[in-house]
Design a protein around this ligand. Structure first.
Ligand code: AMP
Ligand code: ZN
Length: 462
């Protein structure tokens, strides 16, 4: 709203009421949409990490211009049509390790509430019935109209109307709250005190956010939603409640392909299914989104996805190394320099995240630490307490990032363990030829051996 960073403050109740615009369920969500949902996930998880309780509501738009158009194209009942994509959405967010919101209200379950809000707006003089039977919001009646998108409405023709859900700033006009039935709507309508018809898209979010959160602390969405969707949400909510609607607005930038916004209408999109079919790791996509600041554009390439995969693998390998080293019996002198570096890293991490969720900077400080610890491990100067502290820190921040492999690699069989011990013995006896034979035999089973100053480590080949 203010076009600059604001200090986030909450009253004494430490519950953050978070509302984020959810999917329009007329197709599989594409990875651009998931960038937005991953951003909400990180925002919520970080608030929880620093001690807030968060109540997160995310709507499902299951009736609007697009769901109606495409359900008719497919010759399916609207409910069956949207359910297919609702199921896919929940499946996809699970794969991407997105924490589910606490409530996912559906627009079609709240038609009566929408009618009530529209009636209130009419009663208060903010809305009127057009000659087409639909009900419109009169933007000139709300003096703050345009405050979020910084739109100047003085030049607009009074009474000009727009009935479709999506339009641009140039077309800013009185917008539809309730759309009277037209033959193109087929059998999609509700009979209500406002007549036969259906709600506009924008009223859905005003009604569902008010119902489940009353007022909102943080409202999120992609930048494309600033106008008209969020501008209209403000108008509807503030005029019906006469209260401030939202304390803080956060919008994430888009995911781009070849310099263009990924979108269904341009046809330049990949769904999560496309990514999985190409055998890419969904956690790598999660990481890719984290490694770019949410307000910057993210130019998607498969090369960058592969790089993200390598980073995630290295991170996990490092954790396994720490697990293994902590089990080792021998220890070295306390490494004060490393200990100090951990403290420093924690501070840098927290500062970066507190500063408008600067995930790339936070991650850079973490990887700096990992690099220094790796060097110390190679020199055999990393003591166990330090390694435990690093491990604990990385597992803690994984509550936010969630990139750690879920199931640890299977244990070795007794025979495999025996082979490793035998190879160690052979190496001590300087019988490197026989030792290498064992290494190769294990490699053929997908077990890679790595000789470190602390002894031999193993990992499974990916
Ligand atoms: P929709 O299903 O079109 O209503 O969009 C759902 C969410 O995805 C909204 O918050 C949009 O702002 C967001 N979104 C759509 N396209 C992109 C993109 N290419 N990159 C990032 N977010 C997007
Ligand atoms: Zn919305």
């Amino acid at each position: 709203m203010k076009r600059k960073k604001q200090v986030f403050k909450l009253g004494h109740i430490k519950i953050v009421k978070l509302y984020t615009c959810g999917p329009t369920v007329y197709n599989y969500a594409h990875i651009g949409n998931f960038r937005a949902y991953l951003f909400y996930d990180i925002l919520r998880r970080y608030l929880e990490y620093i001690g807030y309780e968060v109540k997160h509501v995310m709507n499902l738009t299951d009736v609007d211009d697009k769901t109606i158009r495409d359900s008719q194209k497919e010759n399916m009942a609207l409910k069956d049509f949207t359910q297919k994509y609702i199921d896919a959405f929940f499946n996809d967010i699970k794969i991407l390790r997105i924490k589910p919101a606490h409530i996912y209200p559906k627009a079609t379950d709240h038609i009566n509430d929408m009618v009530d809000m529209i009636k209130k707006l009419m009663l208060r003089g903010y809305a009127y019935r057009g000659d087409d039977g639909s009900v419109y919001f009169s933007i000139k009646k709300f003096k703050n109209y345009g405050k979020l998108s910084k739109l100047k409405i003085k030049k607009l023709k009074a009474g000009a109307r727009v009935s479709q859900d999506e339009y641009t700033k140039q077309e800013a006009k009185d917008f539809a709250l309730w759309k009277a039935w037209i033959p193109e709507d087929g059998n999609i309508f509700w009979i209500t005190p406002l007549g036969k018809g259906r709600p506009g898209w924008h009223i859905e979010c005003s009604v569902m956010s008010q119902k489940y959160l009353q007022s909102i602390n943080i409202h999120g969405g992609g930048v494309d939603l600033i106008f008209p969707h969020h501008e209209n949400e403000i108008a509807q909510s503030e005029c019906s409640s006469e209260k401030k609607f939202v304390d803080y607005w956060v919008h994430c930038n888009h995911l781009y392909v070849d310099g263009k916004k990924m979108s269904k209408s341009l046809g330049n999109f990949y769904t999560l299914r496309d990514i999985l079919e190409k055998n890419y790791d969904p956690v790598a996509f999660r990481y890719l989104c984290l490694s770019t600041h949410y307000r910057s554009q993210l130019n998607f390439t498969f090369g960058s996805l592969e790089k993200a995969k390598t980073t995630v693998d290295n991170f996990n390998e490092f954790l396994r190394k720490l697990e293994w080293l902590q089990k080792e019996k021998s220890d070295v002198r306390p490494n004060h320099i490393l200990h100090k570096l951990i403290k420093n890293t924690k501070e840098k991490f927290r500062n970066a995240m507190d500063n408008d969720l600067n995930t790339p900077q936070a991650l850079a400080s973490v990887f700096n630490l990992i690099k220094a610890v790796n060097i110390a491990i190679d020199k055999n100067t990393a003591d166990k307490r330090t390694l435990q502290a690093v491990y604990k820190f990385l597992m803690e921040i994984n509550d936010i990032f969630d990139i750690v492999e879920k199931e640890s690699a299977e244990e070795l069989t007794a025979e495999e363990k025996g082979l490793i011990e035998k190879r160690e013995q052979l190496r001590k006896e300087k019988n490197f030829e026989e030792a290498d034979k064992i290494r190769n035999a294990l490699k053929n089973r997908g077990i890679i051996l790595e000789d470190t100053p602390q002894g031999v480590m193993w990992k499974r080949e990916k």
